[in-house]
Design a protein around this ligand. Sequence first.
Ligand code: FNR
Length: 175
Amino acid sequence: KHIHILGISGSLRADSTNTIILKTLGSLLPSDTTFEIFEGLDEIAHFSPGLPDTEPVARLKAAIAKADAVVICTPEYAFGVPGTLKNALDWTVGTGDLNDKPVSAISASPLNSGGNNALASLLLTLTALGTKKTDACALSIPNVKGKITEGRVTDAHTLNELRIQCTNLLSLIGG
Ligand code: FNR
């Protein structure tokens, strides 16, 4: 069966290091696997129970439904997950959109801490949403700026860690 992976970046910045990590991961997937990064996370309305799914929300849910697995790569702001990302995930609470969906969670930060607080918080949220994950489907990338050259991950160790994420995530599909 053809495998399709959805990437979601927690950063809205045009030259986001987290989006670069996602794009690099996408390039490391097997050639018969397709990869798409969700665009327009900032168009998603503030979640409140009972609100109807507007077009951006429906688009997110359709992108998740179409994907065999999801990779989320996020920065840390004030020791937490960016509100934009948390807000988008809140739309899937109780809907089953992410239930049993294989998800890999990655945080990247210019600091030594690697966005560990955001990663831990994201993993808690994913637990609430019932995603399929293992301890091996989580990665924090510290000192990220030194690992990127001209819009691509060039650090060999990080490239290897991203390859391992690909392998671990793919192994969760269909299992
Ligand atoms: C940050 N940054 C940051 N980093 C971190 O590891 N822990 C944190 O708590 C914060 N807090 C924080 C707050 C604010 C207001 C800003 C602007 C930045 C730094 C952050 O990791 C850095 O800007 C990354 O480059 C953001 O990720 P992208 O956009 O490059 O993907």
